[in-house]
Design a binder for this molecule. Structure first.
Ligand code: KG4
Ligand code: ZN
Length: 369
């Protein structure tokens, strides 16, 4: 069985994980989050530089954590998109260097497929099919997943504007909470009343896009609510605002995800991505899935946010499915849509990127269907 080393560097976390046959052997993580805090969001140049400084040590720490030596690594997987271009480049350069030096295959991986695969490290192989709600700082999507390593992922719906995590991050800033906003809202909400403020539930009307999401209206409603308090000179009840915002986000996410499972007759819902770490999203998903007879799978919080183990998990699935490795001129694709879990864009333009991706799927796996 091959040991796969996975590298994640698409945003502000430098993550490395080691996976063999669906099992996590070890991992390490460095974060530049603190360096971005005073800017209220991730600064791409700072993130890229931090990856350069951290990557070597994180690779060594992950190997130490697994009790392995570099020579034990049989394949390298790396996030090639989507994400910040400079940050992705650092991870890819490191992955190419490692794979070349160890003379092992390299696999380019779609970041969102990594979030999906993270759950397999905790709960075993994904059932085919399953419904996946992916909720992160940059994405909010409902996906119909069959065989992650071989089949394309079908998008049922996405956010029309802000992602759920982005909504938490931006509203937290208006509420005067620290960056990153999601965990701060989660903490503040503990002391609040989720019914205190009647925030809107966007796109939940009978004529609205059934699987689409929209969070910019909710963000604006929360910002207006805070501004009204400030204009009136009264203290902002942050805990109530945070609890009510969290309730609105959790309500919309779980309502639509459960509806999608019911509509499609899918028995398992998997909730992944940074926002899947949110306590209310987890609790409400649990409650509603139980009522609907749907099996819920949510990875533990440390596997919800960005990490290297999830990329190694996809690499392990690809290796076991016999997928073609990436060519040495594989490049990054900062805005890659999720089609296949393997993402092998070539460094020669958009058309070549699509061709490179399709070529990564083994023959007969339905690359064009
Ligand atoms: O998946 P992730 O680590 O990175 C992206 O790929 O975007 O997700 C980061 C997002 C941020 O918006 C962060 O505020 C949010 O996940 N997040 C949370 C929680 N922990 C992280 N949102 C709500 N509650 C949390 N506990
Ligand atoms: Zn992510």
């Amino acid at each position: 069985m091959t040991v796969v080393l996975g590298i994640e560097s698409s945003c502000d976390e430098t993550g490395v994980g080691l996976v063999r046959d669906g099992r996590l052997l070890g991992q390490a993580l460095a974060s530049s989050m603190d360096e971005h805090a005073r800017f209220g969001g991730v600064v791409p140049e700072i993130a890229a530089r931090a990856h350069v400084q951290a990557i070597r040590q994180v690779v060594h720490s992950a190997l130490d954590d697994a009790g392995l030596r570099p020579a034990d690594v049989g394949a390298v997987a790396v996030t090639t998109g989507p994400g910040l271009a400079g940050a992705l480049q650092v991870g890819l350069a490191a992955a190419k260097g490692l794979a070349y030096a160890l003379d092992v295959p390299l696999h380019g991986v779609h970041h969102l497929a990594g979030h999906v695969a993270a759950d397999t490290l905790e709960h075993g192989p994904l059932p085919d099919p399953c419904m996946v709600l992916i909720v992160s700082g940059g994405h909010t999507s409902l996906l119909h997943v069959t065989d992650l390593a071989r089949e394309p992922v079908a998008h049922l719906g996405d956010t029309l504007d802000d992602a759920a995590g982005e909504c938490f991050d931006k509203v937290a800033r208006v509420f005067g909470l620290p960056y990153p906003g999601g965990p701060a809202v989660d903490r503040a909400a503990r002391d609040g009343d989720p019914r205190a403020v009647a925030f809107p539930r966007p796109l939940t009307g009978p004529r609205d896009e059934r699987y689409g999401f929209s969070f910019s209206g909710l963000k604006t409603a929360a910002a207006r609510w805070a501004e009204r308090h400030r204009a009136e000179g009264v203290p902002l009840p942050v805990a109530d605002g945070a609890a009510s915002l969290q309730e609105a986000v959790a309500d919309v996410l779980t309502r639509k995800a459960v509806a999608a499972c019911r509509d499609r007759g899918v028995g398992t819902l998997v909730v992944v991505g940074g926002v899947a770490a949110n306590s209310r999203v987890r609790a409400l998903a649990e409650e509603r899935c139980r009522a609907a007879g749907i099996t819920l799978r949510v990875p533990p919080p440390r596997l919800c946010t960005d990490n290297g183990a999830m990329i190694a998990a996809v690499g392990d699935l690809l290796v076991r499915a016999g997928a073609e490795p990436a060519p040495w001129d594989v490049s990054v694709d900062p805005s890659a849509p999720l089609g296949y879990a393997a993402l092998h864009p070539r460094g020669r333009g958009a058309g070549a990127a699509a061709a490179g991706n399709a070529a990564a799927v083994p023959a007969g796996a339905g690359a064009s269907s």
